[in-house]
Design a protein around this ligand. Structure first.
Ligand code: DGT
Ligand code: CA
Ligand code: CA
Ligand code: ZN
Length: 594
């Protein structure tokens, strides 16, 4: 994990706010606030300053702050900050995001009225409780009401796994507490389409009763159960067919209540996407069909039966379209031609690349990671620790890499017939596009992942040239996380993705689909283009501990969204085929560059 100036400045600012809320020493609070400003305006490279021990030369950065910056740069985290965060309720961070609400006022609200989150604040405002507080005049109060409105309009999004977890908890709860009332229940919306971030959780639930007169009572019984869910912070709207709530963590949930005979049509409608629905609807309208959340109707206004989504699409002579593909990117045309390919599945994955170990910044020993791969039933595991320039991750010197290579040779003997351990490195792509070791060292490895880990703010042309140079390197087997994005956290660096894909194609180099749910990089929106240019993908966990393999699921989701089939992915092949493929890449490039 890398950290930049902006992030450090932001963390220091948050620390000052938290200290203020906790009523800490005013000088300490100011010191952090000042340091935040100094860091964000620091003209040099902060990693270099850490490396050279020059931090405390920066005005305003004393010994203590210097060691905190060092910890952040070297480990990507700050224990002090994490502990501090734990000491206040989670919702406080949300409150601080409101315009016009700084730490001082937040502290008063928390101490005097026990307001711990935006939902609490909203209730207190509605009950006119704030007007009794010092410093909260009518003007402040009306500003706060406006800020909350603004905040709710500002569409916060959540990472797929967070929303998936909450949605599954809600569904389990509903089935447990109200299962006898429910005939069908499923996640819909962007979450069902496995989008990398989602705006809210959509759930469609069908009541059991078919008899019309009972539906209202059964539905309202389900609604009653739902409203008792203990993680609800507040109810936004509560109608007969739709309930919208906000969970304690700020996530919104839309629950749709439908009669069983409408279930499939509602599920399809609320799965979306909007683009997909609109395209389908306008196309079929010309042929006399009407489609909405209640049904499909022919020109005679008769409802056409569909028992499941397969039958739903069959009504229009279409192949079933998996939810992941319903983004309005040509899926309807392909479905009409019955040309939607069989998408990759998690069970197709036969091995993994991009695994870190305790040789660098991984938590587990190399052998522990090998054992984990065995538990997953993998045929091979490609070890890639960090290269020498990645000092924040204790990158390996050439000597250390050599000893890791020798160790893998020994392990391979021990695990012969069980699993093959491939010798690799995640090499930083240096500023000039070179890899981090000489050819002699690189040639000892089975494969190399080349990744950008520094100097993210280069100009687009320079960054593109830097990456393409690394692709041309005969030892580069695959390009790691193509854009460096961290979803909802850090924007991708500027790079001409199509030009990079062209280079990958020309040099037969593989592109990583980094499966970390924060990365999912290469973005699925570019996968179709890559595949059309015969670029092969590798779905990589970028694992730093044993749990790190779990993310493969998210990588497969993103691959499916990019229309990926099994054959497009390196790690669906057998070990022999993999060895052959990675050898061919190197030979091809060595011959090409002669
Ligand atoms: P999100 O929540 O922003 O990640 O994205 P979605 O796709 O889940 O959007 P959401 O929650 O607003 O609505 C869920 C689905 O319901 C959406 O994909 C399509 C359908 N839908 C909702 N409202 C409308 C609408 O006004 N028009 C159309 N055509 N479809 C809608
Ligand atoms: Ca949604
Ligand atoms: Ca929604
Ligand atoms: Zn990595």
């Amino acid at each position: 994990m890398t950290i930049n100036k902006e992030k450090i400045a932001e963390i220091f600012e948050k620390i000052s706010e938290l200290l203020e809320i906790k009523g800490d020493n005013i000088f300490k609070i100011r010191a952090y606030l000042n340091a935040s400003r100094v860091i964000s305006q620091f003209p040099g490279n902060i990693e270099d300053a850490v490396l050279k021990g020059e931090l405390s030369k920066i005005p305003g950065i004393g010994k203590d702050l210097a060691s905190k910056i060092e910890e952040l740069v070297k480990t990507g985290r700050l224990i002090y900050y994490e502990e501090l965060k734990k000491s206040v309720p989670e919702g406080i961070f949300e409150l601080l995001k409101l315009r016009g609400l700084g730490p001082k006022k937040t502290k008063i609200l928390y101490e005097k009225l026990g307001i711990k989150n935006i939902a609490d604040l909203k209730t207190a405002l509605e009950d006119n409780k704030l007007l009794y507080l010092d410093g909260f005049g009518e003007k402040t109060v009306s500003n706060l009401i406006e800020s909350i409105k603004e905040y709710n309009n500002f569409k916060e999004r959540y990472l797929y796994p967070e929303a998936q977890l909450e949605a599954n908890l809600i569904i389990s709860y509903l089935l447990e507490a109200g299962g006898s009332l429910i005939s069908n229940i499923e996640i819909a919306g962007s979450l069902r389409r496995k989008l990398e971030t989602v705006g809210d959780i959509d759930i469609v639930v069908a009541s059991k009763s078919k008899k019309y007169e009972n539906i209202k009572t059964v539905s309202s019984a389900i609604a009653e159960v739902f409203l008792k869910y203990d993680k609800i912070a507040h109810v936004e709207s509560n109608g007969d067919t739709k309930i919208s709530i906000v969970l304690e963590n700020g996530m919104r949930v839309d629950l749709r209540l439908v009669p069983p005979e409408d279930y499939i049509y509602a599920l399809h409608h609320f799965t979306g996407s909007k683009l997909h629905n609109e395209e389908l609807r306008s196309r079929e309208k010309k042929r006399g069909y009407k489609i909405n959340e209640y049904g499909i109707y022919n020109a005679e206004h008769n409802k056409i039966a569909a028992a499941d989504e397969n039958e739903f699409y069959n009504v229009f002579n279409m192949q079933f379209i998996p939810p992941e593909l319903r983004e309005g990117t040509g899926e309807i045309e392909e479905a009409l031609k019955h040309d939607i390919p069989e998408l990759i599945n998690i069970k197709d994955i036969r091995g993994v690349f991009h695994v870190h170990t305790s040789y660098t910044d991984g938590k587990e020993s190399l052998e522990e990671m090998v054992k984990t791969a065995l538990e997953w039933g993998f045929e091979y595991i490609g070890i890639t620790d960090h290269s020498v320039s990645a000092f924040y991750a204790h990158g390996l010197s050439a000597d250390e890499l050599n000893s890791e290579i020798e160790y893998i040779d020994r392990l391979n003997k021990r695990y012969e017939g069980k699993i093959t351990i491939l010798k690799g490195i995640e090499s930083d792509i240096l500023e000039n596009g070179d890899l981090d070791y000489g050819n002699e060292t690189l040639s000892k490895l089975d494969f190399v992942i080349a990744s950008v880990h520094s100097r993210f703010n280069m100009h687009k042309e320079d960054m593109t040239a830097r990456i393409i140079k690394a692709i041309k390197n005969p030892y580069t087997t695959m390009l790691g996380h193509l854009t460096g994005r961290l979803l909802l956290e850090r924007k991708e660096y500027e790079v001409d993705i199509s030009a990079v894909i062209d280079a990958l194609s020309e040099y037969k180099t593989i592109v990583e689909l980094n499966a970390n749910p924060k990365r999912l990089d290469i973005d699925w929106r570019y996968i179709k283009e890559a595949i059309s240019k015969s670029v092969m993908l590798s779905i990589n966990p970028d694992a730093h501990n044993k749990k790190g393999f779990d993310v493969i699921e998210y990588g497969v989701n993103a691959a499916r969204k990019g229309w990926t089939t099994k054959n497009d992915v390196l790690n669906t092949y057998s070990i022999d085929e993999v060895l052959n493929k990675i050898k061919t890449i190197r030979e091809y490039k060595l011959n090409k560059t002669i």
